[in-house]
Design a protein around this ligand. Structure first.
Ligand SMILES: N[C@@H](CCC(=O)N[C@@H](CS)C(=O)NCC(=O)O)C(=O)O
Length: 218
């Protein structure tokens, strides 16, 4: 398998998952600073011009939740995603889709407001709405962790913990909500950061260059 990524982007989620699985893979950096995501070569890999993309024997998969599900079914004994129980599988999908379709898109209003509205004052209003909505959404996750931690789905680490770590780290940037109000999420983040696979990926992505967000680290 070949993972296309940019350092510190959401592609870090499947990157950590592959490392946790000890799966045979290589990681190829798509250099956003050099505009490589816009090249004809990359368009052939992912016409959406985004990372992550996972090239595997059957073809290329995009969309973080789908890549995680593919890995879960390909490595069913790993426990990274519970695929033997329809209920557990659906619970994990629900968590991943909540982040992908709600929190991720909300954060995009901060990082790419021009995609939503052209007018600069409208962009400022759009960005101003983000922190309160984001705090509202993260509160659901905080409550879930408090009710049944230490991991997102209880007593076992899973792909959902990697997803939460990445987005809690983006929240830590400070312009899109306030991580400090979420004790359980902050403690969870430290538990994920302590995992050897996470440390290895952070080192690899830092060494690759690019602008990895400092908020992904302690
Ligand atoms: N829905 C996609 C979103 C992927 C995405 O937004 N990737 C960002 C990095 S976090 C990207 O490639 N941004 C460059 C761009 O959109 O131009 C997923 O969940 O994988």
């Amino acid at each position: 398998m070949k993972l296309f990524y940019y350092p510190g982007a959401c592609s870090i989620i499947p990157h950590i998952a592959l490392e946790e699985l000890d799966a045979p893979y290589s990681a190829v950096m798509v250099d956003f600073n050099a505009g490589e995501q816009l090249s004809a070569e990359y368009r052939a890999i992912n016409p959406l011009l985004q990372v992550p993309a996972l090239a595997c024997d059957e073809g290329t998969i995009t969309q973080t939740p789908a890549i995680l599900s593919y890995l879960a079914l390909r490595y069913p004994d790993s426990g990274l995603i519970e695929s033997s129980s329809p209920w557990q599988f659906a619970k994990m999908q629900s968590f991943h889709m909540f982040i992908a379709t709600t929190i991720h898109i909300l954060f995009r209003q901060i990082s790419m407001p021009h995609e939503f509205v052209a007018d600069e004052s409208a962009q400022a209003s759009l960005k101003a709405r983000v922190p309160s909505m984001s705090n509202h959404y993260f509160q659901f996750i905080e409550d879930q962790l408090k009710a049944g931690g230490p991991w997102v789905h209880g007593d076992k680490f899973s792909a959902s913990d990697i997803y939460l770590y990445a987005f809690a780290s983006y929240l830590k940037i400070g312009d899109r909500g306030d991580l400090k109000r979420f004790e359980a999420i902050s403690a969870h983040r430290q538990r994920v950061l302590a995992r050897p696979a996470v440390k290895r990926v952070l080192l690899k992505e830092t060494e690759a260059g690019g602008d990895i967000p400092m908020s992904l680290f302690n």
